[in-house]
Design a protein around this ligand. Structure first.
Ligand code: PRT
Ligand code: ZN
Length: 226
């Protein structure tokens, strides 16, 4: 049986790019917290809405396991893990509820500067390094391109210089990191930003009303920011 809860729990990134703007958005929605010392869990004061401060990659899993009710995470992370679950035949439990307007970036394919880029066909038979193997495989399949996906959890941009891969599929914002590694972006697979992720099915307890309240406030804040 599902646990009945009367407090809402939101997972956000503990540090990193999305930590501060996520907290700022929730503060603008009128939330505040009594900080716990280890800062993993922050107890909500003005409303029964608590924070869980975690690594971004853990957020979809925490939602899936029902450990938290809402999460703020990059669309790139949410979609990758959703594709992974789909691949494994697991039903989706979390979905994107709102786009939040910060943490913008693209998931791009980039190739060495000296390639004379003709189009996606050129990737046939290539090794492409990425931390987003599911999104990359899905895109390749959609294009009918047979290429090898080399999964790397970090330092993707250096893979071509190390001879580990021919091309990369990675997040890009300014493009400076690609340029510093003699790579150029040639295709965009996904436009990403921070999103509010939440349950596919509505809550059946006090959390339903709390979530409606929070969404109403958030929509107000996002409208003012626009
Ligand atoms: O510790 P934790 O696991 O929580 O954090 P993390 O290191 O995995 O994530 P973090 O904080 O780096 O990124 C969190 C989210 O921010 C990502 O999932 C994206 O949704 C979003 N985001 C926005 C970015 C970027 N912009 C970005 N530029 N994530 C990563 N980058 C990388 C990029 O790949 C490159 O290596 O930052 C580097 C600089 O980018 P350029 O193009 O400006 O040079
Ligand atoms: Zn991470």
């Amino acid at each position: 049986a599902k646990a009945v809860r009367d407090r809402l729990r939101i997972a956000i990134q503990k540090s990193g790019r999305l930590g501060d703007p996520s907290r700022a958005l929730l503060t603008a929605c009128g939330l505040d917290w009594r900080e716990s010392r280890d800062r993993l869990f922050c107890y909500g004061e003005s409303l029964p809405v608590d924070l869980l401060l975690v690594r971004d990659d853990d957020i979809p899993g925490l939602l899936a396991d029902g450990v938290c009710d809402l999460g703020i995470v990059g669309r790139n992370v949410l979609d990758e893990q959703a594709a992974e679950r789909e691949q494994a035949g697991v039903v989706p439990v979390a979905k994107e509820l709102r786009a939040l307007g910060f943490g913008g970036c693209r998931l791009d394919i980039a190739v060495p500067d000296d390639w004379d880029w003709q189009g996606p066909e050129q990737l046939r038979g290539c090794r492409i390094a990425s931390s987003y193997p599911q999104l990359l495989r899905r895109w390749l399949a959609g294009q009918g391109i047979d290429a090898e996906v080399v999964m790397l959890s970090g330092s993707v941009e250096i893979a071509p210089r190390l001879g580990q891969a021919d091309a990369v599929c990675d997040l890009v914002s300014s493009g400076a990191t690609l340029a510093a590694n003699q790579l150029k972006p040639v295709l965009t697979l996904l436009r990403s930003e921070a999103v509010l992720a939440g349950p596919v099915a509505p809550f059946a307890d006090a959390r339903a009303e709390l979530m409606q309240l929070l969404l109403r406030r958030m929509d107000g804040v996002l409208r003012l920011r626009h």
